[in-house]
Write a protein that binds this ligand. Sequence first.
Ligand code: CMC
Length: 424
Amino acid sequence: MADETITIIDNRTGERSDIPIVNGGIDATSWRKALPDVLFTDPALMSTAACESSVTYLDGGEGILRYRGYPIEQLAEHSTYLEVAYLLLHGELPTAEQNEVWIHDITYHTFIHENVRKRFLEGFHYDAHPMGMLVSAVAALSTFYLDAKDIHDPGSRMKQIVRLIAKMPTLAAAAHRFSVGMPFVYPDNSLSFPANFLSMMWKVAEPRFSTHPVLVRALDVLFILHADHEQNCSTTAMRTVGSAHADPYSACAAAAAALYGPRHGGANEAVIKMLNEIGSLDNVDDYIAGVKQGKGRLQGFGHRVYKSYDPRATIIKHVADQVFAVTGKNPLLDIALKLEEVALSDDYFISRRLYPNVDFYSGLIYQAMGFPIEMFPVLFAIPRTAGWMAHWVELLEQDAKIVRPRQLYVGHDKRDYVPVDQRS
Ligand code: CMC
């Protein structure tokens, strides 16, 4: 068998060192021992495996995404979001009995403390962005559950995880209802996870909310597709904060804050804004020409890891067809399809391997279902909570060290303090 090492020769000294390759990665600690004065420079961690993980497998070249070994296509077809959440957290699909207990536990933790809503959420300005409200509300939960600090107790950990997964839709819907001046709707324990969320979003005066089953299933599939995506920006934020042994609510709030950004979970919101800006099929060519000249990016296109296609985007396109058959076609769909067609046949996008990502079509579905665009990143955060928590448990079980990268200092050399009257 070939030697699983890489040899480096320091040409300044002629010194030679053999660095082990561990699980396909170069062990940076051995590198540092061999070359203590030479650090790796990788500001966006593009070539750095920051951890070992067994949660999600992703092959960007081949367009493969698997949770705990199960292909995303199979999970999207046969599973439910709650079952997938269990899989991500426990590593195995639940038995029928485990599933029943899990669904019961989540269902019976959906209520939020009245103070979270009345004192906290209702304290926001009337036009607060619901994602900003969600980020703050999740962080605030840590002050309601003091046992959240028992992060080394597996029982307490699971209790916080159940609370987080269960309360996310309640907080999300509460943020929306507040922003449109509608009264808060309490969770309905007789409904499924996605149906209960839709009830808390849309219920008005009817005794019991009901909607088309295709829409409930579509939301569940979208939740499955967004449940995890290995070491993305928000999960990395969560792992960094989690490595300092912060409680899970604080770590989850940090992850949600990262997700808020338009380069990450805010992209689906940006897609709709872009499609509205384009406005008509006639403007697509000019818009693409502008992107090629550097006037902004084509939102919902490109991915750091997927360089052939995003398998989630393929599934979402089918879901879009099913949803539009119920809701009627989103008028922006034709512009999106033309944009995709033009971009995919243009050398600028082909040569840079830019394809539609998960966010290109998800916003169109959410909009057709009636969600305001400010809710799009919130709709991403609800299911991603399961993934964040699976990684949080993994890092604690690995007894991971606190994340503390190094830097290459490029600032001034030592210089003496200048009193204010002597500064030019
Ligand atoms: N439109 C036009 N050009 C693009 C785009 C785009 N959407 N994305 C990348 N490029 C170009 C970029 O200008 C650069 O060109 P050049 O080599 O001439 O300088 C080249 O492609 C490589 O870009 P990059 O910025 O080095 O790529 P990255 O891996 O750092 O960025 C990305 C990945 C997702 C941030 C980026 O593609 C982007 O900004 N896309 C639009 C926002 C978006 O849709 N984000 C959602 C990502 S999927 C959901 C999630 O998991 O968060």
